[in-house]
Write a protein that binds this ligand. Sequence first.
Ligand code: KG4
Ligand code: ZN
Length: 333
Amino acid sequence: MLVLGVETSCDETAAAVVLDGVVLSSEVSSSVHLHADYGGVVPEIASRFHSEYILPVVKKAISDSGHGAEKIGLVAVTNAPGLMGSLLVGLAFAKAFSLAKGIPIIGVNHLRAHIYSCFIDKGGMKDKFPFIGMVASGGHTSIYLVKGLDDFTVIGRTKDDAVGEAFDKVAKVMGLGYPGGPVVERRAALYKGESPIDFPRAMLREDKGLDFSFSGIKTAVMYYWKGCSKTESEINRICFSFQEAIIDVIVEKLRRAIGVAGVGRLAVGGGVVNNSALRGRISAMCVRGSVELFMPAQEYCADNAAMVAVIGEELFRSGEVSDLSLNAVAVCS
Ligand code: KG4
Ligand code: ZN
C-alpha cells in the first residue's frame, strides 16, 4: 500500500510517498526565506505559503514516486504540535484527500516523527524498543524513553528556549541572519584559536537531572557581544564557543539519560541534528559507551513528510487509524 505523508507544522510545506517503509519520493518547499528579515517564523506568512504550495508539493511527490494518485491507500498527516494556522492547512488538505479518494487518514505527532526519521531505511522502529529518543529542533528540545510505537515518556525537556531557537537568537544578535544554526556552524568551523570563551553550561555543573535551559547562554552571548570587538575572528570565536557549550550540555544529558534508563540504543532527530560537530560528539559518546546510535540522514533532519509517512504506515499496520474529526493540536509533548 502506498502512503502519502503531509507535513505543514511550521515553515516547510512537505509531501512524501512511501511504500513498505521505503521512501519513493520526498518533496519539501520552505518559506524560510520569507521569514529571514524577521529573525524567526512569522505564523501568518507560513500559513499563506502552505495554502499556496500544498497542492503543487503533493502533486510533485506523487509524480516523483512513479505511481498514480489512485494507488495511494492511506494519508498520514502531522496534526500536532506546531503553529495552528500551519497545521490546519495540511490537515484540511489531508481530510479532503482522504474523503475524495475514500481512503483512511492517520494523524501523526511531529515530534515522534522526528525520532522516527532516525529509522528510515533502517528497518523501521518496531524492533528497536526500548531506546532513548531526543528531538533537537527549532521549537522543541526533549528527551524520551521510548518503549513502543505509542509509548513515549518525556524524561527531560527544556525549561525555556529550544536549542535551535538559541542558535537562531544568538545569530540574530550578531546579525548573521536566519536560520541561525547553519551559519553558526559554518562560522564555528572557521575558528582556529585555542582560547574559547567559557560560556555557561546550564543545568550541567550541578546535578539537575535531564532537563535543559538555554536562555542563560543566550543572555551570556548577548552581554559578551555588547562588549567585544565584533571582528570576523571574534564572531567565529563566539560561534565556536557557543556551539561547544551547547554540545557539551546535550551530550552529557544524553549520556545521563542512557544511564538512568539503562538502555543501549539512542535515536536523535530534528533540525539541529544537521550540525556535524554535534553528530560527531554524539557518535563518539556512543562508541565509548557501546550504545547503538540512530541518527537521520541529513536530508531527513529538518522538517519533511517522509518521516510522517513512515511512522503513519507503521501506526496503521499496528491497528491505529484516525477519522475526519481529527483536529490540530498546537502544544503537546
Ligand atoms: O526540525 P526543524 O527543521 O524545525 C522545527 O521543527 O523546529 O529545526 C529547525 C531548527 C532551526 O532553529 C535551525 O537554526 C536549526 O534547526 N538548525 C541547526 C542547524 N541546521 C538547522 N542548528 C544547529 N546547527 C545546524 N547545522
Ligand atoms: Zn520539526
